[in-house]
Design a protein around this ligand. Sequence first.
Ligand code: SF4
Ligand code: SF4
Length: 223
Amino acid sequence: MIVGDLKPLAEIVAAVREYKQVLVLGCGSCVTVCLSGGEREAEQLSYELSQIRHYQGAPPKFEVSSILRQCERDLVLEYQKLPAGTEAVLSLACGAGVQTLADAFEPLPVIPALNTTFLGASDKPGIWTEKCKGCGDCILLHTGGICPIARCAKSLFNGPCGGSKGGYCEVGEGIPCAWAQIVARLKRMDKMSYYEEIRVPKDWRPGGATGPRKRVRIGLGDG
Ligand code: SF4
Ligand code: SF4
């Protein structure tokens, strides 16, 4: 899922205070699961933003709503009817959702309430960790299902650097060395032959090096 964190309140207040009426719009997918941008968070943020202590004059009026996915233009247009008087939308979606709203509602200002942080997963309740950088050419088959691009601090492709110590990364803070994890898992899988393959320098074009990427749906076997 895409993980995001709420921006500092002062930053959001500074962005909304010039408007008389703002729609606070939650997103019902990834950011709901990671407890940063769903309907409940939209209600809580609206309540906090309504407090007069944040403003020198009167606070804006806040309306609250939520849609299933802000990153789908059809859903945005079909389900979201803006309340009369809306001067800006405060989006609790990831950056993809904010941009979809901005396109759909132009010239209405769409303000991001979250900082989109990473593609991750929840290993334990309440904790999400980065797992993927969307490189466009997945090599997890060869690395025991552990991504060296997202989970190694240096995104190394052919084994650990000299800083790996006792199974931990030299960046500290108790972060596991991804390559120590990869090697340990490949051994358990009896697949060390993958580790012994030399990986040539990666072609980053599928990873976005040539500009924004686009995916067009094709049938199985067509591509
Ligand atoms: S190898 Fe690429 S696509 Fe696969 S998990 Fe890592 S970043 Fe994501
Ligand atoms: S210690 Fe391990 S995870 Fe950290 S940069 Fe080196 S190889 Fe990557």
